[in-house]
Design a protein around this ligand. Structure first.
Ligand code: GCB
Length: 607
C-alpha cells in the first residue's frame, strides 16, 4: 500500500481518499496559456516514451510523478510502477491501435520521457502538446505543472521556472474516461481513442515573445486588421511590433501596451491596427495566400494568410460578396491503422478525394481536427466548417461543462483564426431544445463572435418530425442552420424535405450538415437492401434529386468521406465501423455513391 494523500491523516485513510485528483483538475492550461507557434522552430519530443496504463488511477493516488530515477538498490520502499523504465510506446499514438489488450482501455495512462536542456538565462521554454485525449495532467521533475481538458485542441505549458540545466523528466497522465459532464459526454458515434496523438514539441522563446497574432480582412473589405499580443512585458511598459506583408508593401508599426499581469511583474501586452489595403481575394478558385511577418524585439513569427470576406446576407452565404453553394463532404479524423493519429499524407489524401468529388467545402466533424487540415485547405482552396464536440446529450445544466465547451471553442478559434479556409464555427450537433441547452449554446455563439467576428456561426439543429419544420430556438442565434437529415435511411419520406422548407420558411441559409446511408462494400456486404452499396447509392440519387430543387438549401456535407471506427455499431455489416463512408476504411475503395455525388458536384461547379 503506497497510496499517498495530503488530505488523509494516515496511510489507511489514504485508501479512502476519493478526492485524490481534485487539486490536479485545475484546467489551468487553457486558451489563456496558448502561444502562437506557427512559423517557429521547435525541438520535437515525439518518439519513444515510457508508458503504463493505469486503470485504477494508482499513479495519481500514489503520486508516481514524485518518484526520482533510482536503481532498486537505492530505493527506500517498494514501488508499483517505475516511470523511468519498462514498456515504451511511440508518441504520437493512440493506445487502442498499439495492442489488442488496450483496444477498449478507458482510464489513465502515463507517458514519461527524459528531456535534456542546456538552459540559457534569457530564454523561455514552452511545451506544446498538439492533442491528448481527453484530460491531460503535466508533471516535470516531480512537480505538477498543469491540467488540460479537451481531446482535440493544443495546450501549452511554460517550463522556464521548472527546468533544470541538463536532465529533466517530463510526465503526462492522459485519461480518456468518458464522463457525463464533459465535452463530449459518454455517448458518441465515434471511437474513444485515448493517448497523446499529436506532436509534442519544445519551443525556446525570448523573454518577450509574440503570444498571438490575428490577421484578417475587415468586413468592408477595405483594410487589413491585426491584433497582436506579446508576453513578458515588464510592469507598465509599452513597446512596438512590426507587421509586414511584403507583397502588399505593408510595413506597419503597432504599439503594444501592457494589459494584464500573468506572472509577477510580467504581463501580456496587446496592440491593434487597421491598414488600408486591397489584397487579392482568397477563394477556392483562387486560394491566394500572402506571407505575413511579425517582429517584436528578438521575436519573429511568420504565417501565410488569405484575405476574404464571408457573410450571411438574408438566406445566402456570400464569399467576397458573391453567393456561394457549399459542395461539401463531412470527415472524421480516423484511420483504420493509426486511429486519430494523422499525417501530412493522410490529410492530403483526404483533400485530394474531396477535390475528386468536386467539393469546395468540408465539414470537419465533430471536434477540432489537426491544424494542418486548415493550412492545406488554405493552400488547396477549400472552405471549412469546424466544430467542437458539443454533441448529443451534453450536461447543459452544468457550469463546469460549459466552461470546458467554451474553452475548447476558444482554443480552436485562437489556433485557426488566421485560416481563410475556415468560414464556419459550429457550436453543436443534434442537441435537444431545452432552456438550459439554449442558454449554453447561445453563450457559445457569443464566445465565437467575441473571439472572431469575421466568420459565420452554425450548429446542426433540430427538425420537428411531427410538424415537419425546423424547430430549434437556437436557430435565431446562428448565421447558418445545419440540418442532419437521413431520408432513405433513418427517415422515411424524402418529400418531407420540401415540406420542411415550406413550413419553416427559414430567414437564413440552411445547409444539409449530414445525410447518407451505410454501405458495406467488403466481401461481407449484402448485394441489395439495407447496408448494400447499391442501396446506399440509391439513397444518394434520391437525395440529390430532391436537394437540387430546394432553393432554401445552400450547401451540403453528406455523411461521410471514409468509413470510421465506432464502438456502438456491431451488426454483421458494420463490425465496429460506421459504414456511411463514400470510400471504405482502407481509404482507397470507392463505393458506387462516390460517383453519384461526384457527378452532381461537377455539374454544380459549372452553375
Ligand atoms: C448523426 C450524427 C453522426 C452519426 C450519424 C450516423 O446524425 O451527427 O455523428 O455518425 O448521424 O451515422 O448515424
Amino acid at each position: 500500500m503506497l497510496e499517498r494523500s495530503t488530505m488523509a491523516e494516515n496511510a489507511l485513510t489514504a485508501l479512502h481518499d476519493e478526492q485524490y485528483d481534485v487539486p490536479l483538475n485545475s484546467q489551468n492550461l487553457n486558451h489563456h496559456t496558448m502561444v502562437f507557434t506557427k512559423g517557429r522552430e521547435s525541438v520535437s519530443l515525439n518518439g519513444s516514451w515510457n508508458f503504463c496504463v493505469d486503470l485504477l488511477d494508482t499513479g495519481l493516488r500514489q503520486k508516481w510523478y514524485e518518484l526520482q530515477p533510482a536503481s532498486p538498490a537505492d530505493r527506500t520502499e517498494p514501488w508499483d510502477y517505475d516511470p523511468f523504465m519498462g514498456e515504451t510506446v511511440p508518441v504520437p499514438s493512440n493506445w487502442a491501435m498499439l495492442k489488442e489488450k488496450w483496444y477498449f482501455f478507458e482510464g489513465s495512462a502515463w507517458y514519461t520521457r527524459r528531456l535534456d536542456v542546456a538552459i540559457q538565462p534569457e530564454e523561455r521554454y514552452v511545451l506544446r502538446v498538439g492533442a491528448a485525449q481527453y484530460d491531460c495532467k503535466v508533471f516535470m521533475n516531480g512537480k505538477f505543472l498543469g491540467n488540460h481538458y479537451g481531446g482535440s485542441t493544443p495546450f501549452y505549458v511554460e517550463l522556464t521556472e521548472h527546468l533544470a540545466d541538463g536532465e529533466n523528466w517530463l510526465m503526462l497522465c492522459v485519461n480518456n474516461t468518458r464522463t457525463l459532464d464533459r465535452v463530449p459526454m459518454r455517448n458518441t458515434d465515434w471511437f474513444n481513442y485515448g493517448g497523446v496523438y499529436r506532436d509534442v514539441e519544445l519551443f525556446t522563446l525570448p523573454g518577450i515573445f509574440i503570444k498571438d497574432m490575428f490577421v484578417r480582412l475587415s468586413e468592408d473589405g477595405c483594410s487589413i486588421e491585426v491584433d497582436v499580443a506579446l508576453d513578458g512585458l515588464e510592469g507598465g511598459k509599452s513597446t512596438t511590433a512590426l507587421l509586414e506583408v511584403p507583397e502588399l508593401g505593408i510595413a506597419q508599426h503597432i504599439t503594444v501596451t501592457q494589459e494584464a499581469a500573468t506572472r509577477v511583474g510580467i504581463g501580456v501586452g496587446r496592440g491593434r491596427c487597421c491598414i488600408a489595403a486591397d489584397p487579392e481575394r482568397w477563394s477556392p478558385a483562387n486560394p491566394r495566400l500572402y506571407d505575413v511577418v511579425l517582429t517584436a524585439g528578438d521575436d519573429r513569427i511568420t504565417d501565410r494568410v488569405g484575405f476574404r470576406t464571408i457573410v450571411r446576407d438574408g438566406v445566402d452565404i456570400l464569399l467576397n460578396g458573391e453567393p456561394v453553394w457549399l459542395r461539401g463532404i463531412s470527415v472524421h479524423e480516423d484511420d483504420e491503422a493509426m486511429g486519430k493519429v494523422t499525417s501530412e499524407e493522410d490529410i492530403r489524401r483526404r483533400l485530394a478525394h474531396a477535390k475528386e468529388l468536386g467539393c469546395n467545402y468540408l465539414r470537419l466533424a465533430h471536434y477540432p481536427h489537426h491544424e494542418r487540415v486548415a493550412e492545406l485547405a488554405d493552400e488547396m482552396g477549400f472552405m471549412l466548417w469546424q466544430e467542437i464536440p458539443v454533441y448529443w446529450a451534453i450536461d447543459f445544466e452544468s457550469e463546469s461543462t460549459f466552461k470546458d465547451a467554451k474553452n475548447q471553442l476558444a482554443e480552436v478559434i485562437f489556433r485557426d483564426r488566421n485560416r481563410a479556409s475556415v468560414i464556419i464555427w459550429s457550436v453543436g450537433n443534434e442537441n435537444p431544445d431545452t432552456d438550459s441547452r439554449l442558454r449554453f449554446m447561445r453563450k457559445l455563439t457569443e464566445t465565437a463572435r467575441l473571439h472572431d467576428p469575421t466568420r459565420l456561426v452554425a450548429a446542426a439543429c433540430l427538425i420537428n418530425h411531427a410538424k415537419l419544420k425546423i424547430e430549434d430556438r437556437l436557430a435565431e442565434h446562428l448565421d447558418v442552420i445545419g440540418i442532419n437529415e437521413y431520408y432513405g435511411w433513418y427517415d422515411e419520406n424524402i418529400e418531407d424535405l420540401r415540406t420542411i422548407g415550406e413550413n419553416s420558411n427559414p430567414d437564413r441559409p440552411v445547409v444539409i450538415s449530414e445525410t447518407g446511408a451505410d454501405g458495406d462494400n467488403t466481401c461481407h456486404g449484402p448485394v441489395t437492401g439495407w447496408f448494400s452499396e447499391s442501396y446506399m447509392a440509391e439513397v444518394y440519387r434520391q437525395q440529390i434529386g430532391m436537394l437540387r430543387e430546394l432553393e432554401y438549401i445552400k450547401g451540403m456535407s453528406p455523411w461521410i468521406l471514409y468509413d470510421f471506427r465506432v464502438e456502438r455499431r456491431q451488426n454483421i455489416y458494420q463490425r465496429g465501423f460506421n459504414r456511411k463512408g463514400l470510400i471504405s476504411a482502407d481509404k482507397r475503395t470507392k463505393k458506387e455513391a462516390f460517383d453519384v455525388l461526384a457527378a452532381f458536384y461537377h455539374e454544380m461547379k459549372d452553375k
